[in-house]
Design a protein around this ligand. Structure first.
Ligand code: NAD
Length: 212
């Protein structure tokens, strides 16, 4: 979904990469960075960085560069990372288990607060700090915890059904690992992680090399 009164989605997608680079810079003890240096770290030009950031105001001074901490703080606020974002995870199979155990979300303001599956053999099992709940309870939990974000890791043919229930419950943004394009209302965001399609987009180049 893209709205005319908002910065382009490609810009929004780059902001988390800027934030991550700035965090790494701070960890390295670097407190000032030029758009050139920042750009090199994330493979975009200095001009692109300046243009991206110009959507959100004035950052940095000509010739001095950006104050890393201040810019990070601004970007975190723009991305809403100064808030806590509870997430539900649906489908606790091979992939879901790994996602549920991944520690990397929490440090970024995102916390998986509930796990759901429809398999009676899995319901009640513990994964890390959480117990797998029956997907039939998802509406209540989403409402109680005011959850707006969900991760889907169910088989492709179950994904639309699961998404429909989540959206009805109040979820507004879905990250789906299921290789299936979801139909969602205008005001719901969906992003996909599809390693097979990504690999196939590279086999194109490898196959062409072999033909030469
Ligand atoms: N495993 C991987 O490496 C990998 C990589 C990329 C994408 N994916 C995709 O991620 C998804 C999950 O893969 P997986 O390997 O973990 O599969 P899996 O079969 O191990 O797990 C799927 C889980 O979803 C649950 N489930 C099925 N229907 C459901 C429903 N209606 N409501 C709630 N839970 C339901 C199942 O009980 C199961 O626990 C698939 O769509 C797969 O194509 C997997």
């Amino acid at each position: 979904m893209e709205r005319s009164d908002q910065p382009p989605d490609v810009v929004i997608r780059r902001l988390p990469l800027y934030a991550r680079s700035l965090r790494y810079l701070l960890e390295e003890g670097i407190h000032s960075v030029s758009s050139q240096e920042l750009g090199e770290r994330i493979n975009v030009t200095a001009a692109q960085i300046r243009k991206d950031l110009s959507y959100f105001g004035e950052f940095g001074k000509q010739g001095i560069g950006y104050d890393v901490e201040k810019l990070l703080h601004h970007i975190e606020r723009i991305l809403g990372l100064n808030q806590h974002w509870p997430v539900v995870l649906v489908g606790i199979g091979l992939l879901g288990q790994a996602i549920a155990r991944y520690e990397g979300f929490r440090s970024e303001g995102i916390e998986i607060v509930a796990l759901f599956d429809s398999d009676p053999a899995k319901i009640g099992q513990r994964v890390g700090d959480l117990v797998i709940q029956d997907f039939a309870n998802v509406r209540r939990v989403v409402a109680e915890k005011q959850v707006k974000l969900a991760i889907i890791a169910v088989p492709a043919l179950q994904a639309q059904r699961v998404a429909d229930v989540l959206i009805e419950a109040g979820v507004r943004a879905i990250l789906s690992y299921a290789p299936m394009i979801l139909q969602v209302p205008e005001d719901v965001w969906v992003r996909y992680i599809d390693p097979v399609a990504v690999l196939q987009s590279m086999t194109y180049y490898l196959a062409r090399e072999q033909q030469h």
